[in-house]
Ligand binder design. Structure first.
Ligand code: GLP
Length: 262
């Protein structure tokens, strides 16, 4: 694992966008695993700007999102399909036929989960998986006690997640769906490379547990410690409770995994 500390949230998002762009240029056919949430909005804005200003080409890549709410159609502004269209897909030259999210409206949800997991495998697997970390330490919607080898399935949202996502539903908790389809922790761990972005003082405690605490299914982001190529990009505020910052800064300055981004 590599932890890169940036001075602020804007610098952290910029670095993540540059790393994605680098991977995309190196392999235009890359399979990208995408995430939603407030933290990712600025990353997608920067990628859209790179497309407009530097012709960053998305035309050959394929994308698989981590998760989707059960019961929200794509045209619902709260669905993750809508989010992805708004923040990224309609602002770059990605072929919409190559963009995939679980179908939260499927009549047979477990068949849909199996189909999605299989589609990821058929694509050759995810080359670069972008991740945020939820308030309770989840990745995707892998809530506490998710099996660390789990695959795509339906999960009930934890109360902390419902709280966290309530502002996106006009502050009305009753409007937040109770279930979602999510890639499993095992699905995420099968990706070739993981890139997590975590910013803000409110994430400081959970990120310290994620990076430096014991691996536990109570905090599924801790499973990323098992991933052979996982980079966390955090801002100073989110890094505040990490105890190894001196070491992480030294490594980044002297032996970074992604050399060009010193
Ligand atoms: C949701 C998503 C997660 C994301 C999390 C973080 O719960 N399912 O994939 O990591 O939000 O959200 P935010 O960036 O708004 O803190």
């Amino acid at each position: 694992m590599e932890v890169i500390i940036q001075p602020n949230a804007a610098a952290a998002a910029t670095l993540v966008a540059r790393l994605i762009a680098r991977e995309l240029k190196a392999n235009p056919h890359i399979v990208l695993g995408l995430a939603t949430g407030a933290t990712m909005e600025s990353v997608y804005r920067i990628l859209a700007k790179m497309y407009r200003e530097t012709h960053l080409d998305f035309s050959l890549c394929r994308t698989f999102n981590l998760d989707e709410y059960v019961g929200l159609p794509p045209e619902d502004p709260h669905s993750y399909r809508y989010y992805m269209n708004e923040y990224l897909f309609k602002n770059v030259n990605v072929d919409l036929r190559n963009t995939h999210l679980p179908n939260g409206m499927a009549a047979d949800l477990s068949a849909e989960c199996a189909r999605y997991e299989n589609a990821i495998k058929q694509s050759g697997g995810i080359g670069l998986q972008l991740l945020g970390v939820g308030a309770d330490g989840h990745i995707g919607f892998n809530e506490p006690l998710s099996a660390l080898r789990s695959h795509t399935r339906v999960k009930a949202l934890a109360p902390a997640t419902i709280e966290q996502n309530t502002p996106h539903f006009g502050g009305d908790k009753s409007k937040v769906p109770r279930r979602a389809i999510t890639m499993g922790v095992g699905t995420i761990l099968s990706s070739h490379r993981c890139l997590a972005l975590v910013t803000g003082a409110h994430k400081a405690e959970i990120i310290a547990k994620t990076v430096e605490g014991p691996i536990t299914s109570m905090i599924t982001a801790t499973a990323l410690q098992l991933h052979p190529h996982c980079t966390f990009v955090v801002d100073e505020a989110a890094a505040a409770k990490l105890s190894g910052t001196e070491y992480y800064r030294w490594i980044f300055a002297n032996e970074p995994e992604w050399l060009e981004y010193r």
